[in-house]
Ligand binder design. Structure first.
Ligand SMILES: Cc1cc2nc3c(=O)[nH]c(=O)nc-3n(C[C@H](O)[C@H](O)[C@H](O)COP(=O)(O)OP(=O)(O)OC[C@H]3O[C@@H](n4cnc5c(N)ncnc54)[C@H](O)[C@@H]3O)c2cc1C
Length: 355
């Protein structure tokens, strides 16, 4: 705790320096065993954490960003933000901090669907599919735990199509053109297959490893040869052309799954300005007026409120981010009214610009 108090003091000092004047840095901080009472207030004093059920009030430490969801996106953002010593980050993840050891085995990813590291969502009953499923409800796997869906995805290392990025940019998503995102593809990558580093589209030394699976079935080369004989190209789908046959690379490291927590959080887990709480299920974003000032979450059968001095960042995945926003009163008015959720902010879907 002492280290953290010191870090908090440093943060306040640093806040007035030019380097940190971006102000994206103030978040409330919690420790996993709630020892905040011992935190000297004069080192922090920026935020309070209230344990709602028993009215216990704890002086807490200050964070810069308060993050919800330690999945693929959350792991990256928490790691990058906490590179700045003056930024304190609290990362709240509903699932466990570590997946079972067998999760490292790439071929077993599918077997984790429907387990504790999956939210176990199902679609509503379908009209035209799911005939063999109970109620025609199709499983909708979504990772739960540090690393998020990268704990149970297929690990295919595919960047996406250049044209999609350029279209987004043309629609107003500034900074999302292929040219803009390409340097970040290089920055994140540690390509372990020699030939790939030569075509100008790959890099090494980044946190996310990419390599071909170690298993090469005999038929693979035959298929690629046949494709070439038929006039198809064998391509690197992350380079200049995507159409063709390709010998895939995966997000693998020495043959094991390289989930995003492994890539971005494990190497920095000892940073004193980054706190990660597993098993913290965020229920609501708390607002003061139209400003998000903290989150309410369940942890070990108690309910807590943590206030962020600067920012609340949501990265709870496609489904849960939308759900959490609605639970917080942000969403289509009619839908919120149906479930008696008080509207904080009503948006008109057609006018909504998604960043
Ligand atoms: C079955 C499957 C196969 C896929 N295959 C590939 C592939 O081969 N290649 C590829 O590039 N992509 C693949 N994807 C897609 C890729 O995994 C996702 O796009 C990516 O992981 C999404 O990242 P995210 O950060 O948005 O969400 P997630 O990684 O899902 O992270 C969300 C995190 O938020 C946490 N969370 C949610 N709600 C709360 C809450 N209320 N409180 C606290 N924490 C919360 C979750 O537990 C989770 O850890 C696949 C996805 C799936 C599901």
């Amino acid at each position: 705790m002492r280290d953290r108090a010191v870090a908090g003091g440093r943060c306040k000092e640093a806040a007035i320096t030019k380097r940190c004047s971006g102000f994206y840095k103030i978040f409330c901080f919690i420790d996993i065993d709630w020892q905040f009472k011992t935190m000297p207030q004069n080192h922090t004093g920026f935020a309070l954490v209230n344990k709602l059920n028993d009215e216990l009030e704890i002086n807490a430490f200050l964070y810069l960003p308060d993050k919800v969801g330690g999945g693929s996106a959350g792991s990256v953002v928490a790691s990058r933000l906490s590179e700045e010593p003056c930024v304190t980050v609290l990362l709240l993840e509903a699932g466990a901090k570590k997946p079972p050891l067998l999760n490292d085995v790439p071929g077993l990813g599918r077997f984790f669907w429907g387990t504790d590291i999956d939210w176990q969502f199902k679609t509503v009953p379908q009209k035209n599919t799911g005939f063999a499923l109970v109620n025609k409800q199709v499983p909708w796997p979504s990772g739960k735990g540090l690393g998020g869906s990268s704990l149970l995805n297929a690990m295919l290392y595919v960047r996406g199509n250049r044209k999609d990025y350029d279209n987004w940019a043309a629609l107003g998503a500034k900074g999302w053109s292929y040219k803009d995102v390409f340097p970040y593809f290089l920055k994140l990558e540690d390509n372990r297959d020699f030939g790939y580093s030569l075509n100008g589209y790959h890099a090494s030394g980044g946190p996310i490893t990419a390599e071909k699976p170690g298993y090469h079935p005999e038929i693979k080369n035959r298929i690629l040869e046949a494709a070439e004989q038929l006039g198809y190209r064998v391509v690197d789908s992350n380079a200049a052309r995507q159409t063709g046959f390709h010998d895939l690379q995966g997000n693998l490291r020495n043959g094991q799954r390289c989930n995003t927590a492994k890539a971005y959080l494990v190497p920095v887990e000892n940073r004193t300005n980054l706190d990660i709480i597993g098993g913290a299920h965020v229920k609501k974003v708390v607002f003061e007026g139209s400003r998000a000032v903290g989150v309410q979450f369940d942890y070990k059968n108690s309910e807590y409120l943590v206030k962020a001095r600067r920012e609340v960042i949501m990265s709870a995945g496609t489904t849960n981010t939308a759900q959490l926003l609605m639970l917080s009163g942000i969403g289509p008015k009619k839908h919120l009214q149906k479930f008696n959720v008080k509207c904080q902010y009503i948006f008109n879907l057609s006018a909504l610009k998604v960043k």
